[in-house]
Design a protein around this ligand. Structure first.
Ligand SMILES: Nc1nc2c(ncn2[C@@H]2O[C@H](COP(=O)(O)OP(=O)(O)OP(=O)(O)O)[C@@H](O)[C@H]2O)c(=O)[nH]1
Ligand SMILES: [K+]
Ligand SMILES: [Mg+2]
Length: 438
């Protein structure tokens, strides 16, 4: 296996499908097209050609495109075979490709990896592309598109430039320190800018929680005593029978979740085991898991059918909505019950109010604004290290050269985010997020 092999893969989705796209990348891509189709079609233009194996048997007919490097997705010679998406057809064409010298099936993420190694994309763009392929809601799409198209990279590059400029000015001051005609305050405007940059990075990192919520979804945990109607609510909102519902208290033991799309945001809703003191070993394990899922919840829905609100002291101290359930059974309304929302999944009453209340916990993002938010722990760690080193540079009192060194380290951390600086050890992790053919 080698990075110089020509690779190929089915890049479109599951079969059968109307059209299937097989992608090739590497030095032998064009030659492979010639062997299959008898000739190399004009570049970057779809040509309808017959595809034959080496015995001359016609396998299919399809639109063939070639993209010579370096202006291709991977930077290498690439080709695309748009063929019929029947399983046997795709299998036959893949087999014909595999039989060719120097060609092999691509590994997961290998096309993107080559694009990165050939400078066609940086790491933030690569990660954005992975997110774009996985995006299921409008906000996930917008965030991923911003990253994939280089919006975030541009911001990080502008920061890196400011660091480089500051270092250059400090170097100049060091070089000419003995000469009288260099004003000693060259650096003062630089340090003002470094103060500003530190604050900008700080603000950006503070948005990480929003970025994570947009990318991974708002985690909403349904909790409360047994039989409060937790699983019924999950099923109602999911519009399918995900969880078992019975009138036996302690029915749910495992934590279940469903993904909802609320105003374009992903919301991950968790159903949990009812909270009560119990000697049942299985139920106790369920309650332990309930506590675990509460620990990283963004929002808790505390359910109760009789307004006896379970105490969360020492268990959970985040955002909570008190939800009174089974309103269809309540004959006389109970005004002072402390509930934020009252619902019945039987009649549907109050459910849209509940969704509105959950919606108020979603990030408040202006329509149409660029979503240049950090989304990954990898970004946050490197950005925080960069910020720390800028701070050290500002505060250092033991010489300009030490200060310049801290700025260099800050630039290096920024470089790790986009992949300009030693990230070799990270590549396997990042590209394994992709599926084959990407
Ligand atoms: N009338 C009425 N009954 C409801 C409503 N919601 C749930 N129930 C009933 O309440 C009982 C318990 O519902 P579940 O959804 O299993 O309650 P749970 O909180 O998940 O219970 P555990 O998993 O045991 O903790 C079932 O018999 C449901 O049919 C409602 O809005 N109205
Ligand atoms: K139950
Ligand atoms: Mg349940």
């Amino acid at each position: 296996m080698s990075a110089t092999d020509t690779i190929f893969a089915l890049s479109s989705g599951g079969l059968p499908s109307g059209v299937a796209v097989i992608r090739l990348s590497g030095a032998r891509s064009l030659q492979a097209v010639e062997e299959l189709c008898g000739r190399i079609p004009p570049v970057r233009r779809a040509s309808l050609l017959s595809i034959r194996n080496r015995n001359g048997n016609k396998l299919d007919e399809g639109l063939i495109l070639v993209f010579p490097g370096p202006n291709s997705f991977t930077g290498e010679d690439c080709a695309e075979l748009q063929i019929h998406g029947g399983r046997a057809t795709v299998k036959a064409v893949l087999a014909a490709l595999e039989s060719m010298e120097g060609l092999r099936p691509a590994e997961a993420g290998e096309f993107s990896r080559r694009a990165f190694l050939n400078g066609r994309m940086d790491l933030v763009e690569v990660e954005g592309l992975a997110d774009l392929i996985a995006a299921e809601t409008e906000m996930q799409r917008r965030l991923a598109a911003e990253h994939a198209s280089g919006g975030l990279s541009l911001l990080y590059e502008s920061w890196a430039k400011r660091l480089t400029h500051a270092r250059a000015m400090i170097e100049a001051e060091l070089d000419f320190a003995d000469e009288d005609d260099v004003p000693g305050s060259v650096a003062s405007s630089i340090w003002r800018d470094m103060h500003a940059l530190e604050q900008e990075i700080l603000n950006h990192v503070a948005d990480a929680r929003t970025g994570e919520i947009v990318r991974d979804g708002l985690k909403v945990v349904i909790a409360g005593p047994p039989n409060a109607g937790k699983s019924s609510l999950l099923n109602h909102l999911a519009k399918r029978d995900v969880a078992i519902v019975t009138d036996i208290p302690g029915t749910t033991r495992d934590v279940l979740h469903v993904d909802l799309d609320l105003s374009g945001f992903a919301v991950r809703l968790y159903d949990t085991a009812g909270l009560r003191a119990t000697e049942d070993i299985v139920e106790r394990e369920g309650i332990r898991r309930t506590h675990l899922s509460m620990s990283d919840a963004h929002l808790l829905l505390l359910l109760s059918e009789d307004a006896q609100w379970t105490s969360l002291d020492g268990i959970y101290d985040g955002q909570t909505l008190r939800v009174r359930t089974k309103s269809d059974q309540v004959k006389t309304p109970w005004p002072e019950d402390g509930a934020d929302v009252t619902i019945s999944v039987k009649s549907g009453d109050g459910v849209s109010d509940l969704l509105d209340a959950i919606g108020r916990h979603l990030p408040n993002l202006e329509a149409g604004s660029a979503l240049a938010l950090p989304t990954r722990q990898r970004h946050i760690l490197n950005l925080s290290t960069a910020r720390e080193n800028i701070r050290r540079a500002i505060e250092a009192t033991n010489g300009l050269d030490i200060q310049a060194e801290y700025l260099r380290l800050a630039g290096q951390s920024l470089g790790r985010v986009t992949g300009r600086v030693d990230v070799e050890n990270l590549l396997d992790v990042i590209f394994s997020e992709f599926c084959i053919g990407k």
